[in-house]
Write a protein that binds this ligand. Structure first.
Ligand SMILES: [Zn+2]
Length: 358
């Protein structure tokens, strides 16, 4: 992004100040029928200003019919937005309680729900989904800045789209109000409006759970060659909770590679993580391998491979996550050693600046 454009966007975001909102897709996929529940529900078009009309009920059913949607059997054209008459009440959309407002929009032959909420409410909820709330305050504050920056960067990237971010581990884990906690709210409030920038643009603030010694470059972890995503040494120590094993049977390997054979590591990155794997003459990048086998099973790319009977393989791994950017367990170690969130962020995102937007 050109610096001038970035500065303009920053100014635009700054003008929005406390009203800065984000749009989060709820659930992994759209449904044919969804239920919205909230005290004193109001319905309006998908805009901040409405007009919103009170509904005479606390629960409405939305179905995809033909090429559009029906709300309680009444056809509507295009997306609709729900709010409650009382801002202290949250809305239940599907199975999740959320703050802010909920947009229902037709997507293919289904209905997609989008939560529109103030950035700071989002940051407080994401923190509870992404980092143990028992972590030290300065680590939570560092994570709050990273989460806010990540969301704002995504928002600018897709400006004008109905959805800025998903709610799964592929974006940031967002579980609505259930994931809030007094400590996460305090960490969001203590850093309200603060983001990390590089050449005046919000950075791609990737983070992960544990790197076990050194973070990975953005290029090797995510194909993002960015000056502030370099490998840095980290204090997070090997622990039982960050050691993992995965037993992959021959069928799972065959699905991933499209053939059979013995799995072996063909190349490693500068930090020792798996760059490329081979099996029966076929080759896969480590990143692709993790994606195909599942992030829950292959929990990082720092692993060794040994064959198991029947054509399978056992992975013995260290660390959790892709390894780029902020290491959460490393942030905890730094906070426990007396470092503040600014020092933590400067360490994991070298060359960036902390700016206050609002
Ligand atoms: Zn680490």
């Amino acid at each position: 992004m050109r610096p001038v454009l970035a500065a303009t966007l920053l100014a635009a975001a700054s003008a929005a100040h406390a009203a800065e909102t984000v749009r989060i897709a709820m659930g992994e996929r759209p449904e044919r029928e969804v239920v919205i529940h909230g005290k004193g529900l109001q319905l309006g078009p998908d805009s901040e200003d409405g007009p919103f009309q009170p509904l005479d009920r606390d629960e409405v059913r939305i179905r995809h019919v033909g090429d559009s949607m029906e709300v309680e059997g009444q056809r509507v054209n295009g997306p609709v937005r729900f709010r409650t008459s009382d801002a202290d009440h949250w809305i239940r959309a599907g199975t999740t309680d959320v703050r802010g407002e909920v947009v229902a929009l037709p997507k293919g032959s289904k209905v997609l729900l989008v939560n529109v909420l103030p950035m700071e409410d989002y940051v407080a909820a994401v923190l509870g989904g992404e980092m143990p709330v028992s972590f030290p305050t300065e680590a939570l504050k560092a994570q709050a800045v990273a989460a806010r920056t990540y969301a704002l960067q995504r928002k600018i990237e897709v400006l004008g789209q109905p959805v800025h971010l998903g709610s799964s581990v592929l974006a940031q884990v967002y579980g609505g109000v259930n994931r809030e906690n007094p400590r996460t709210r305090a960490a969001a409030a203590a850093t309200a409006g603060q983001i990390l920038t590089f050449q005046l643009a919000p950075i791609e603030a990737y983070f992960h759970a544990s790197c076990e010694g050194s973070t990975e470059t953005g290029l090797d972890a995510l194909s993002r060659d960015l000056p502030y995503l370099q490998s840095v040494a980290c204090e997070c120590r090997p622990g039982a909770s960050t050691r993992w094993k995965a037993d992959l049977d021959a069928a799972a390997l065959e699905r991933a590679f499209g053939g059979r054979g013995e799995l072996r590591v063909a190349a490693r990155t500068g930090t020792g993580r798996v760059r490329r794997l081979e099996l029966g003459g076929r080759s896969l990048s480590g990143v692709e391998f993790r994606q195909r086998l599942g992030y829950d099973r292959v929990r990082s790319l720092a692993f060794d491979v040994s064959p198991t009977p029947g054509g399978g393989a056992r992975l013995t791994g260290r660390g959790l996550g892709h390894g780029a950017g902020l290491s959460q367990w490393g942030a905890k170690e730094m906070a426990d050693a007396g470092q503040d969130y600014r020092a933590i962020l400067a360490h994991f995102y070298p060359g960036t600046e902390l700016q206050t937007l609002y």
